[in-house]
Design a protein around this ligand. Structure first.
Ligand code: GCU
Length: 421
């Protein structure tokens, strides 16, 4: 019990934006900084052609592995297999088909595995449906109230609120949790737009607490070395394994699969999209520090704070940049640049200062030169646009009214983006 209270308290402290004086929420206190040039090789030479970019891309990916997220030690594991488990063809009054596929990573039945929820329109356009692959925070069963969706038995974060509402009992989900996150998942809207939604619970891959990597997929791949993946790297790897499954489904348009994540899962979506070029659109919703926000601005959450509150998210090597962001060989605009020439969508919420909306815009903007070398256009504006005024081309950006969240407004923009791919 005591351990549980301690865990909840630690979580609460880690999640609540900190109000101490060292958090900068004032533009005048942002230090002057120089961003590393995405087009300049480490030896000082410049990228001028798409072919040069291929080499620089590899170099930059290596820098993000070595200094931020850690190396991904394994690609697709040998013996990984897909087990179809549920298929309901008359979901949403016959408009959609709901499937569940268990992706087994180890040999046995017991796990680790990832449960992929897949909801597809029944009217599939020629070439397949554009598809959002989304990581979720609270289990597949929270996306829709349907009792056809398997109730997750993985570890669940038991925040005080969730316990109070009866959504989580100790650290497992309860029946009551079904559909508890519908506000973030406009399933019917997506189906009506002709898009499919694939989603999995991030806790299937790696439970989100600092236990020295004793659980999730680490039970079969072992404890990471200091320069290997933390949880963000592991979650991103899970997204690629889900993509491995999507590739086997003819109803999915392989050229139009978007990876989507909110907040810590937005950081994950960016890292997944940077590494895995099968994602045609990469969506970062309010991802903030270690996601789309520039680290060198020091605005809102900073590297030291994130490494202290969430020591398991990044590679151990990232702690050397605590209070020392200027020494980072990369900054987050370069992570977005790694997505080029594919489409990147960075979305902010104006009240989400902890995630530094302006820093998110600037990172999106400063990825632009790489897109230009590849014949594409970036955000296309110099200044952060006004509220609810999306901008951009191959790099898109909006800042909407409201708080740190995923709203219908956000999804409407993502549907528009996936449709122009
Ligand atoms: C905390 C954390 C953020 C993160 C967020 C979330 O606020 O400091 O970096 O994005 O949790 O994932 O909900």
């Amino acid at each position: 019990m005591f351990a549980r209270i301690l865990l909840s308290l630690t979580f609460l402290m880690a999640t609540l934006p900190c109000s101490s004086q060292d958090v900068i929420y004032d533009e005048a206190k942002v230090p002057t900084y120089t961003l590393p040039d995405p087009l300049r090789f480490e030896d000082g030479t410049l990228v001028t052609t798409p072919a040069d970019w291929g080499k620089r891309r590899a170099e930059l990916l290596g820098l993000f592995e070595d200094h931020v997220y850690g190396k991904t030690p394994i690609a697709r594991p040998e013996g990984m297999r897909f087990e179809p488990r549920t298929k309901i063809t008359d979901f949403l009054d016959g408009k959609a088909t709901l499937e569940e596929i268990r992706i087994h990573f180890g040999k046995g039945e017991g796990g680790p595995y990832l449960d992929l929820l897949l909801i597809k329109p029944n009217r599939i356009p020629e070439g397949g449906a554009p598809t959002f692959l989304a990581l979720n925070f609270a289990g597949n069963h929270t996306l829709h109230p349907s009792t056809e969706i398997t109730l997750s038995t993985s570890w669940m974060r038991s925040g005080a609120d969730d316990i109070e509402q009866g959504l989580v009992d100790d650290d497992r989900a309860t029946e009551k949790a079904r559909g508890s996150r519908v506000s973030r998942w406009p399933v019917e809207k997506l189906i009506d737009a002709g898009t499919a939604l694939a989603s999995f619970y991030y806790g299937d891959i790696d439970p989100d607490f600092d236990d020295g990597f004793e659980n999730g997929i680490h039970t079969i791949f072992g404890k990471p070395k200091p320069d290997e993946w933390g949880s963000i790297g592991a979650w991103a790897w899970g997204a690629s394994r889900a993509m491995d499954y999507l590739e086997t489904d003819e109803a999915i348009d392989q050229k139009r699969v978007a990876i989507f994540g909110h907040s810590r899962l937005g950081k994950t979506a960016l890292w997944a999209g940077a590494q895995d070029e099968r994602f045609a659109l990469v969506i970062s919703n309010n991802s903030g520090c270690g996601g789309a926000a520039l680290s060198r601005r020091h605005f809102g959450e900073r590297v030291a704070r994130i490494n202290t509150a969430f020591p398991h998210w990044f590679a151990d090597t990232f702690v050397q940049y605590n209070e020392n962001e200027a020494a980072l060989p990369v900054d987050q605009h370069q992570l977005i640049a790694l997505i080029a020439p594919r489409m990147a969508y960075v979305a902010s919420a104006v009240e989400d200062e902890w995630a530094d909306p302006k820093g998110e815009f600037l990172a999106a903007k400063h990825a632009g030169p790489v897109y230009e070398v590849l014949g594409k256009k970036g955000v296309g504006v110099d200044d952060q646009p006004g509220l609810n005024s999306p901008v951009g081309n191959s790099v898109r950006y909006h800042v909407r009214t409201g708080k740190h969240d995923v709203t219908d407004y956000d999804w409407e923009q993502y549907i528009r983006a996936i449709k122009v791919l």
